[in-house]
Design a protein around this ligand. Structure first.
Ligand code: MRU
Length: 344
């Protein structure tokens, strides 16, 4: 997506130097646009843990590149596999909730194991890291196409008036490699000149909504209004929200959705006011090992002030999941039908 009129992704290999990964350090946004250079797996682990990069898809892409750096570091060490397993553990320990992290690490480990020499392993790791990033961008683009149909249906019912979409936290392009999940249908609508307005919940305690979502929507020229988290229900009661679209850090194969703390309350308010509540996700955010999101999904916590980082919205409150393959119900049967080859 665009920053100051120029196209950027959130993470990329430095042109002309395959030893360096460049990424947007989001801790400085919205005040400064800082590009950070990452050379070691240690630096990548810090970038994920300290939230220079954040958001499920981007955490996965960063871990993919982190494993590539680990392979480069492992080559001269004499104990390639040991080094790689250690690096995988280091990256895995950075954050608990987004399943894209372990998904990307496991994908790298599996692919690298198929190579014989150290050089081959590095080449496989680079190819896989690039593929993870490319797929993330393409899947988010597709989510935009499927979600656009939902926005169009609403637009047809209120000609000349903007479709009001409410979102929480940042499931925008900053949380992925490009486009975003929850924002992708919004950008697709905006780019086709469908009038769309976004209610951006500020998202306490770290304010990803007011700091990141508001910034990226501004950069793309999308009309939006920042609201206090607690104002969402009030707006829905007044009929000022047509549709809620949020992202997810991990969704069980039964459709329970872990997302930034405060999402569950928005789902409750949406249900009470008959507002459709959609969750947009690439399939890398599906956890095929977990049935009960409330019992099984690990929830990140901050310190001292009981800063729960995420909550779980039960499948029964979710109108549908918008994925790269289309929209489905938040149910075991419907998710399996869409991803038959992934289901265990
Ligand atoms: O703690 P963060 O910023 O990494 O949280 C992730 C999020 O921004 C949200 O929970 C988001 O809606 C899902 S990630 C695509």
């Amino acid at each position: 997506m665009k920053v100051g009129g120029r196209h950027f992704r959130t993470i990329w290999l430095k042109p002309g130097d395959e030893c360096v990964i460049q990424l947007i350090n989001q801790r400085f946004l919205p005040h400064q646009f800082v590009i950070e250079e990452i050379r070691t797996v240690e630096q990548m682990a810090t970038a994920i843990r300290e939230m220079h990069v954040r958001g499920a898809g981007l955490i996965g892409a960063s871990a993919g590149y982190g494993m590539y750096l680990a392979a480069k570091e492992a080559a001269p060490s004499g104990s390639f596999d040991e080094h790689l397993v250690h690096a995988a553990g280091q990256l895995r320990a950075t954050r608990p909730t987004a399943v894209n992290l372990s998904w990307a690490i496991d994908r790298q480990l599996k692919n690298i194991a198929g190579a014989k020499t150290a050089d081959e392993k590095i080449a496989f790791a680079l190819r896989t890291a690039r593929l993870i990033a490319e797929e993330d961008a393409e899947q988010c683009r597709m989510i935009g196409q499927h979600g656009l149909k939902l926005i169009k249906q609403i637009a047809q019912k209120k000609p000349g008036k903007p479709v009001n979409v409410l979102t929480h936290c940042n499931a925008g392009w900053l949380a992925f490699v490009d486009y975003g999940s929850a924002t992708s249908p919004i950008y697709a609508a905006h780019d086709r000149e469908l009038p769309v307005h976004v209610w951006v919940a500020e998202t306490r305690p770290r304010n990803q909504g007011s700091k990141l979502t508001a910034w990226e929507l501004s950069e793309h020229g999308v009309r939006h209004t920042v609201i206090a988290d607690s104002a969402a229900g009030h707006l829905m009661q007044r009929g000022e929200v047509d549709l809620v679209i949020v992202g997810t850090d991990r969704t069980t194969y039964t459709g329970d959705v872990a997302n930034k703390i405060g999402t569950y309350l928005k789902a409750l308010a949406a249900r009470d006011n008959n507002v459709p509540f959609y969750v947009a996700l690439p399939s890398s955010s599906l956890d095929w090992s977990m049935r009960d999101g409330l019992k099984e999904i690990p929830i990140e916590e901050g310190s001292a002030a009981a800063n729960y980082g995420f909550d779980v919205t039960p499948a029964r409150l979710v109108t549908g999941l918008i994925t790269e393959r289309g929209v489905c119900e938040a149910s075991d049967k419907s998710i399996r039908a869409l991803f038959p080859e992934r289901a265990p």
